[in-house]
Design a protein around this ligand. Structure first.
Ligand code: ARG
Length: 281
């Protein structure tokens, strides 16, 4: 039997979300730590702020709660809040950045999270191993998918498993353009993902096929517009407008794609998900 859905209708349900973001007041591309960053290209900070404000407004219009932390001068990539930590069950595991240029962001985010998730020694965990927060840790239901290869040390995968008591699945990234897990894989719901297979090692591709045989597979063009750097509430999927093929695949699965334009932040190799740290109660 075929069910025909009216356009714009979806039977999927959204779970209310709470996000942390950081306005790109000090955004610029002054160093190159991934292949997207070309320091000679120039950036338009006002445009970056307007695009970021539009992303924030999009989340609010979808019913999410959005908190912000103050941006700090001298930390141009601080806008990429996903890298600031990992928050599950109201507990925060801090980030420890691979590159010196971003190192001061770790304590800045953790200090903010310590206030938000509440005082108490077990609410906030200082990381030992190098890790870039939700850039390389993505929560799918009870599982945590964890990327390594460019930034996050596999030792951090073991730390996260110990801290949260959730199974952590290590995945190896092999294409430098997709240097964080959240550039190559998007969580759509508690049991559904989309990913770009060629960004992963053969063994990791096989793991993903076993765990998610029905996953959405993105093509290279959609991956290169950072289409997989998407934020889903289980029903609406916020992703770059340019990722048209992926949006079509999502619509066919009954999600509601919501397009955003973050062209300025793309110059630093970031998209919607990079700008967004989920605070899970
Ligand atoms: N320029 C930043 C970096 O290379 C971009 C970070 C993007 N964040 C993310 N979650 N993928 O570190």
């Amino acid at each position: 039997m075929t069910t025909l859905l009216a356009p714009g209708r979806s039977t999927r349900t959204a779970r209310p979300r709470r996000y942390l973001m950081c306005r790109p007041d000090h955004f610029e591309v002054v160093y190159g730590i991934n292949p997207w960053m070309d320091v000679s290209r120039g950036t338009d900070r006002d445009l970056a702020v307007r695009q970021w404000e539009a992303l924030r407004a999009t989340y609010l219009s979808l019913g999410a709660e959005v908190l912000t932390l103050p941006p700090r001068p001298g930390l141009p990539d601080m806008v990429f809040a996903a890298n600031g930590g990992l928050v599950i069950d109201g507990r925060a595991y801090g980030a420890r950045f691979h590159h010196a240029e971003r190192r001061d962001e770790g304590p800045a985010y953790l200090a903010w999270l310590a206030q938000d998730v509440g005082a108490g020694p077990d609410r906030v965990v200082e990381p030992v191993a190098v890790n870039e927060g939700e850039g390389d840790f993505l929560v799918v239901g009870d599982l945590v998918l964890a990327g390594t290869g460019f930034r996050t040390d596999p030792a951090a995968h073991a730390e996260v498993q110990e801290v949260f008591g959730r199974p952590v699945v290590s995945l190896v990234l092999v294409d430098p353009r997709f240097y964080h897990l959240d550039t190559a894989l998007a969580v759509l719901s508690d049991d559904d993902i989309a990913y770009y297979p060629a960004a992963f090692s053969p063994g990791s591709q096989s793991v993903l096929r076993r765990l998610f045989p029905d996953a959405v597979l993105a093509d290279e063009a959609d991956a290169l517009s950072l289409g997989l750097n998407a934020v889903s509430d289980g029903r609406h999927v916020v992703l770059p407008t340019a990722a048209a093929g992926l949006a079509e695949q999502l619509r066919a699965r009954d999600y509601v794609p919501v397009g955003v334009d973050l062209s300025e932040l793309l110059k630093a190799g970031g998209g919607a998900k990079c700008c967004t740290l989920e605070l899970r109660p």
